[in-house]
Ligand binder design. Structure first.
Ligand SMILES: *[C@@H]1O[C@H](CO)[C@@H](O)[C@H](O)[C@H]1NC(C)=O
Ligand SMILES: *[C@@H]1O[C@H](CO)[C@@H](O)[C@H](O)[C@H]1NC(C)=O
Length: 177
């Protein structure tokens, strides 16, 4: 095989892999959005598309990837919280809310990990319950900040991500059978 031909073969393989990836994620996200209007199609495609296993994943695999992204977001939130807790001069009320949210996001890691395990074990009802638990934990943190009064939650992006990835996880799980 001449070098140019070899390059062409590789280039074609990459192209096929990429179009395959897009097709799977996009088709699944489109079906999920059609089934559940709370699904943000753009978010779904963008977030699931980040994962290296997405190109070859079916709905079962993508639902698990969504749960996995939920775990990652919870870890990220905990990192954010610990960063804020370490900052000097944080108001007492904010500190209290941060402490509560630390526990809540800690619980969320287990909720999304539980969703992953249940979906993996094909117990979809239990998987969706775990995803719903993750959402209620995020809402509890929002509520703790609302109660603290005056300070907007520094975790609002984390909360919004939680809700969106849980919705994606649930809607894709509903596509499995
Ligand atoms: C949907 O997701 C995209 C990408 O994350 C975001 O920019 C957009 O604001 C979201 N739309 C809604 C309605 O939440
Ligand atoms: C699914 O999980 C739920 C909750 O953990 C449990 O009660 C139920 O028995 C499980 N179903 C199956 C088929 O394993």
């Amino acid at each position: 095989m001449r070098p140019s031909t070899a390059l062409l073969v590789v280039a074609t393989a990459v192209l096929l892999a990429l179009s395959g990836a897009d097709a799977t994620v996009e088709t699944t996200c489109k079906a999920a959005a059609a089934k559940d209007e709370r699904v943000n199609y753009t978010f779904c495609v963008y977030e699931l598309g980040k994962h290296h296993l997405s190109p070859d994943a079916d709905a079962w695999g993508l639902a698990k990837i969504a749960a996995n992204m939920g775990v990652n977001n919870a870890y990220g939130a905990i990192g954010d919280i610990e960063g804020l807790q370490a900052k000097p001069g944080t108001a007492t009320k904010t500190k209290a809310a941060l402490g509560q949210c630390h526990d809540l996001y800690d619980g969320m890691k287990f909720a999304f990990a539980g969703a992953y395990d249940e979906i993996n074990a094909r117990n979809y009802t239990a998987g969706k319950e775990e995803a719903a638990k993750a959402v209620s934990l995020a809402r509890q943190c929002d509520y703790d900040f609302a109660k603290a009064g005056g300070v907007p939650s520094p975790l609002s992006q984390r909360s919004s991500y939680t809700v969106q990835i849980a919705v994606v996880c649930t809607a894709i799980t509903d596509l499995i059978n």
